[in-house]
Design a protein around this ligand. Sequence first.
Ligand code: GSH
Length: 371
Amino acid sequence: MGTMTEGYEFYASETSYFSGKVRAYLRYKRIPFVEYLNTPDAYRTVILPRVGWPVIPVMVTPEGETLQDSSDIIDALELRFPEAPIYPSTPKQRLAGLLLEVYGDEWLKIPAMHYRWNKNYDFAIGEFGKMAAPELTGEAQREAGLKISKPYAGALPFLGVTPKTEAAIEKSYEGLLGELDKHFAVYEFLFGTRPSIGDFGLVGPLYAHQYRDPASGELMKRIAPNVARWVERMMKPPHPKGGEFLARDEVPETLIPVLARMMREMIPVLVSTAHHFAKWVAETPGAKEGTEPIPRAIGTHMFTLEGARDSRAIFPFDLWMLQRPLDYIASLTDEEKPRAAELLAAAGGDTFLDFPSFPRLTRKNFKLALA
Ligand SMILES: N[C@@H](CCC(=O)N[C@@H](CS)C(=O)NCC(=O)O)C(=O)O
């Protein structure tokens, strides 16, 4: 730790959601990096000693600094590589980008995990086997894949993927693909010819799970070929460090249905999460002092998707992500705020401006903590 390294070391996997988000960013920015697979050896010698828990993606900078969480990696690199910023500077595009990052990062896990573990099971086990036991082959490697995939495949009910919701998840995801297909028939990226933070958020689920997993890739290419081509552009940028955001802060009309979908599907869950989290902090001894760690999930709540209803875990981490668009709104000037409000109103999200307050979150030592 703290020792100099040869360049940016990126611990990641082709199968991983947030690895795809960061890899696409690194390629757009032409940041020199070497990618290392998350083998057991990498967890033992690099990831666990540096981060304290098993997770990817992890970035080790040339100075030996450790970065984790895709948003923190991107933000740290934006400071080091300021050319061609991926954050639009105008209110509507920037807010839409930050919102779609949250939607891609946290909500589209639901369809991503459903399709991977319910429709691409054999492929996924094989891929996990290659990560867990690169030295083995055949049945032995498959066994290793089965073993390490358990926590991932087992996470489905926590996310709300159950027999009661599966049909609704597919309806919602196919609806989203249809909406995005119309957009990408006209535009290269969300806001023009340059990818934004929103594009990187969306490509997390839409690359590793929904494009690269074969049954999902087949579906995407069949019903949303323009989305598949956007994924390909994200992973092989046509104008690295180039392209432009649309003039006059335009957020294309074709993105309104996508934002409306987020407002309808995800925001009610986040509002409920905010209430539960405030209550958890108030009622948990040691929470405020930081002696009681914030658990990954704090109970369960009901959610509704395309008319289906079931329960899912309540994830405080989602609120840490949501602080990004909320902080941006709070930072807007009196002239800018009405433009952000206009965008939200068009997406049926007026109430987002009055999002309930909740105890502020930060990350300390790569873990969630109260600020
Ligand atoms: N929000 C984090 C999440 C990272 C994450 O969930 N990574 C997955 C693979 S894509 C993982 O390693 N999960 C292991 C775990 O969460 O225990 C990020 O943006 O980097």
